[in-house]
Design a binder for this molecule. Sequence first.
Ligand code: ADP
Ligand code: ZN
Length: 528
Amino acid sequence: PEVDALTAESPTLRVLRGTFGYEAFRGAQQEIVEHVVGGGDALVLMPTGGGKSLCYQVPSLVRDGTGVVISPLIALMQDQVDALTELGVKAGFLNSTQDPTQRRDVERAFLAGELDLLYLAPERLRVESTVRLLERGKIALFAIDEAHCVSQWGHDFRPDYLMLSELHQRWPDVPRIALTATATAATRAEIATRLDLGNARQFVASFDRPNIQYRIVPKNNAQKQLLELLQTEHKGDAGIVYCLSRNSVEKTAEFLSANGIEALPYHAGLENRVRAANQARFLREDGLVVVATIAFGMGIDKPDVRFVAHLDLPKSVEGYYQETGRAGRDGLDSTAWLAYGLQDVVQQRRMIDMSEGDLAHRRRLSAHLDAMLALCETIECRRVQLLNYFGENAGPCGNCDTCLNPPESWDGTVPAQKLLSTVYRLQRERGQKFGTGHIVDILLGKETDRVRQFRHDELTVYGIGTELKDTEWRGVVRQLLAQGLLAVEGDYGTLALTETSGEVLGKRREVRLRKEPERTRPARSSRK
Ligand code: ADP
Ligand code: ZN
């Protein structure tokens, strides 16, 4: 094929080389591009950094008319258009940040057939005048970027995306290409249904990111653990630290800065100007750390992000995968590090309980969290588990924490029985529910005010758990939660039994637990 390409360069290769300056297509790019140039619909699943943009940019240039790109990433449109303009591609965008004059210029250029690419925010399509504008011009293709946003099962559903199904009815002859970096089989099916892409050809690239080392550690002092990681393994490296709340973003950025690591905060509560400036500095300068809520990073293309650290548990495996995927786009060794603890589980369960939306919605959130917990507590290869989640089979990677430092498992049946029976007794005999702290105090036989107040020293389970330390009991609780053998509920994170707890209490089920590793820092494999 290489020889053919040189002797008779196809139109797509000519654009790739002539306009974009790349020598060859990567992976499935060529197949996708040819398919769309030929007028076919496509659904493209490719990990972040895989090269999705070229899949619609090249066909837009090869086909007659303008390629219309629907993207939710308004903040990035200007940059994308600037980058294309630099390459000599005629591109424009329409979104809410423009004034009427700017908008009119773009519309005029589009109608005159001068644009190769037109970026549109999805909500633009709700405006009738935009639809009429599109009808008066010539469209080469529709590209629907971040297509998972159409899925209610996905993690960032956008109602505006639901209208995109109408594109096909209005423009039945214009090819459509939907692209996403996060999609399980369920999300993929939903994208195909909602966007009326049932007959589209699906291109599914592997989701493996072999240069990322996945590590998940039990949280004790997240900030200190993070600092150690950065000082010992990522000195001077650029990286992203994700926190759940704005407050912890601020605190963590201050903490790192106070310890000699230049860190910038990024969250929705900051003034736009500050946020934009911090993002611009992160992209431009070397070795900066951004501490952010998940508002940061969508569509950011910084190749040399060496680590992505999570100080709080992500809400779903898809979110985790997408966020960690921002590390190592240049293909060099990078770290995805997550610290997670019992409190994360308690907090997220509470957020799910309090979330608006119907029961089905809360069930979905719950299922997302369960999958994330299973990834955290696995004693198998992290990568195997992660890829399995996306429907891919893989062998142990040899480069994640569990591969490098295989966790031992131990028979936790007896401790599990003790813990569950404490919860059971409180509930059955006293009609009471308590959080982890107090229940562990009972097991350890501590004489706290609360123990005295409730006369819990009179329970038969009082002091039966001295074989484990406080922190070890918390590990047991966390893992029982992850295995669904225990539940946490309400504002106070009280513990409760589940449908399967009885199997353990009735001695019909053995409980295997993961031994918390002594060393939290595995050696990096020599493999590049
Ligand atoms: P995605 O949208 O899938 O995250 P991008 O389209 O932003 O990925 O591409 C990621 C990086 O890879 C970009 O810097 C892009 O220029 C580069 N790239 C994509 N395709 C090729 C190719 N065929 N040859 C060389 N570089 C490529
Ligand atoms: Zn592994």
